[in-house]
Write a protein that binds this ligand. Structure first.
Ligand SMILES: [Mn+2]
Length: 451
């Protein structure tokens, strides 16, 4: 017996608002169908939940689904599926419909579901009704469950009892489960199935076909999770994922090969340390340098026509406000340099933390301490660091004016005179640093006045 075990196809998954990215999920699915299911002439295909990315299926996602299912039907390969959390019918709504059920009714696949009309029961497949909880194909008895959500651990004893009634030793028993298992990429709020609980199924089941966790893992050569076909988020791009081609011999020895050679979008993650960069332009140039040096340029032939998605992480300590970073420009520069399909720039840098008034002599006069504190506050911003002493002097002078009840016009004139001199000296755009410096000086003055 030979079968293909896949999960989490997520057809219709859309990322970065790109049509191309949605097509990636279809490409992976169709490639797997042709190369690994039909190519290996398997006896059946298992889809362990999340065939679709959403319960409300987009027309293009349905077209992609049918294209693959039709090819399998023509090749005479049955498809057995269960619902995942993404494609499940709404249990609390009036509608008991789901596209997975419709596909089952149209004979594109056999959707297995436990019978919960009166307790919890595993019912045999009914070809007239096109529904059931288990089906026999090629010497295997395949049991299907649905997404149990938060009650997974509580459901296992029910499932164990039902399996005892429905299993048949003359078959190789396969159980399809859509659940996280403890110790594997678990998410908060939904308790994962405990390994101890799961092992209650040992002796009843020969092969546990898992889905849900988007990363490959195996337990005791008995439970297998292939991972999603494609990366559903950038964080998943490093996880191992693929499909299992499983061969079972007469003695029921399992040979499960994890296959990853099918069309997948290439991802690359780069990083740039912004620490010490003196201006937004310096960051932009630094990023572009990293891209030129490290980014894998798009190679249409090698990458099967799929341009990469590149994520650039900004790390380190940023010496100025992050709103000054021209992220769109960095993205377009990087795209131009690499031919990438999409570039993401994520700013994970933190503001520079300068200790204010570090090592200051506590015996120093109030005026000395005040000047030093203001100077340090100004020096936090890389753009004004060199001029911090002069600017601190100006702020103190302006403060003196204010205490002497001089008019706002006089104070403004003082600031304009002093900053005007500086701004003129060597600045490319006299107006810009002048305005920024004035605003900064006034803010510092305000802080000083209220403290
Ligand atoms: Mn999933």
């Amino acid at each position: 017996m030979k079968f293909l075990h896949i999960a989490d196809v997520h057809l219709g998954c859309r990322r970065y608002n790109l049509d191309e990215r949605t097509k990636d999920f279809a490409r992976a699915w169709l490639d797997v169908v042709h190369a690994h299911a039909i190519g290996n002439r398997v006896d059946f295909v298992l889809i362990c939940g999340d065939f679709f990315n959403a319960r409300r299926v987009e027309p293009d996602a349905m077209n992609h689904a049918i294209a693959g299912l039709e090819a399998l039907r023509e090749a005479g390969i049955p498809v057995v599926a269960i619902e995942g959390n993404h494609d499940q019918h709404e249990s609390d709504s009036v509608s008991r419909f789901s596209w997975m059920r419709s596909l089952s009714q149209w004979k594109f696949l056999k959707l297995l579901e436990p019978d919960t009309t009166d307790g919890f029961r595993l019912a045999p497949w009914d070809d007239e009704e096109k529904k059931g909880s288990y089906i026999d194909i090629a010497g295997a008895r395949i049991f299907g469950t649905h997404w149990f959500g938060t009650s997974t651990n509580a459901a296992i004893p029910l499932l164990t009892d039902a399996l005892r009634d429905a299993r048949d030793d003359s078959h190789f028993q396969i159980l399809m489960l859509h659940t996280d298992v403890e110790g594997q990429l678990n998410r908060p709020n939904i308790p994962a199935l405990s390994v101890e609980r799961m092992k209650e199924l040992k002796g009843l089941v020969d092969y546990v076909a898992l889905g849900h966790t988007h990363k490959r893992f195996e337990i005791d050569g008995w439970a297998f999770n292939p991972g999603s076909l494609e990366a559903c988020s950038i964080d998943e791009h490093r996880e191992e994922r693929g499909v299992y081609l499983v061969e079972v011999d007469e003695a029921r020895n399992i040979d499960a090969r994890h296959l990853r050679d099918y069309t997948q979008r290439p991802f690359q993650r780069l990083s740039f340390d912004v620490s010490g960069a003196e201006s937004p332009d310096a960051v932009r140039e630094g990023v572009l340098e990293v891209v030129r040096r490290e980014a894998r340029a798009f190679d249409a032939e090698k990458d099967k026509g799929l341009a990469p998605i590149i994520e650039i992480n900004l790390r380190g300590h940023l010496g100025f406000k992050n709103s000054l970073l021209d992220i769109p420009k960095m993205r377009s520069d990087a795209r131009e340099a690499t031919g990438a399909l999409h570039v993401l720039v994520t700013n994970r840098s933190v503001p520079v933390e300068y200790a204010v008034a570090e090592g200051l002599d506590t015996e120093a006069s109030r005026l000395v301490r005040e000047r030093r504190i203001i100077e340090d506050l100004i020096a936090r911003d890389t753009r004004f660091r060199d001029r911090a002493p002069q600017m601190a002097g100006l702020i103190l002078e302006a403060k003196k004016f204010a205490l002497e009840d001089k008019s706002p016009e006089e104070i403004l004139k003082l600031i304009e005179e002093q900053l005007g001199d500086e701004a003129g000296a060597g600045a490319d755009d006299p107006a810009k640093p002048y305005a920024v410096a004035t605003a900064t000086a006034l803010q510092a003055l305000e802080r000083n006045a209220t403290s």
